[in-house]
Design a protein around this ligand. Structure first.
Ligand code: SF4
Length: 204
């Protein structure tokens, strides 16, 4: 634990969680070296490594740190945010933190998968990405959630075939549609045709 964090960030306690993803990250990156590097970054209060941080026991570790150590910014160095960003944001909310005090660093796709033959390069790159994640975390601000009433109406500009189809589909979903057309008639290009392929139907 970094007991003497940089004074500039004394209100902020960043927790860094370096996920091994079993062997997916653990085999190609020296996770312990990344963890000990992260521990001394400005603002970092605690850095840990674990086999699977997205598992229930892994999430419990992060939650406990938030509640017992006062971690108030969370950096998870793991996989692509596409997979688990939401999981961790929900975990923060569960633990009583804003979901926006979270940063994810992609060690798996950006380091271990692409540098699988060079553990040293992968580890150095991982440290650099984690440092970036921590600096971003230091600058995070809470975003208050607001709900606003939405008017269920749509303006469709152009009453050609695409505009008319869009208008019909929207109207079928119960949405009020305003369809505007600059010409005197609707139909666009379609209205200029005689018959249409393949049915030979009248275009209008
Ligand atoms: S958080 Fe991502 S990297 Fe970590 S164990 Fe889960 S899937 Fe693997």
């Amino acid at each position: 634990m970094n007991e003497t964090p940089n004074q500039e960030y004394k209100e902020i306690r960043v927790g860094v969680y370096v996920c091994q993803c079993g062997v997916n990250i653990g085999k190609y990156i020296d996770c312990e070296s990344v963890r000990s590097f992260a521990e001394y970054l400005p603002g970092v209060f605690k850095a840990r490594t674990f086999t699977f941080f997205c598992s229930d026991p892994g999430q419990e570790i992060i939650k406990r740190d938030i509640q017992e150590l006062g971690i108030n910014r969370v950096v998870v160095a793991a996989c692509t945010p596409k997979i688990h960003e939401e999981t961790y944001r929900e975990l923060l909310v569960d633990a009583g933190l804003s979901p926006y005090f979270f940063e994810m660093v992609n060690l798996r796709e950006h380091c271990s998968f692409v540098h699988s033959k060079d553990i040293e390069t992968a580890t150095e790159k991982a440290k650099s990405l984690v440092a970036g994640g921590v600096y971003r975390a230091l600058n995070l601000e809470d975003v208050p959630l607001k709900s606003v009433d939405v008017l269920k109406s749509v303006l469709v500009v152009g009453a050609g075939i695409a505009g008319m189809n869009a208008a019909i589909n929207l109207a079928n979903q119960g949405i009020k549609v305003y369809l505007v057309e600059k010409e005197a008639t609707i139909g666009g290009r379609m209205a200029q045709l005689d018959r249409v392929f393949p049915t030979d139907d009248c275009a209008i």
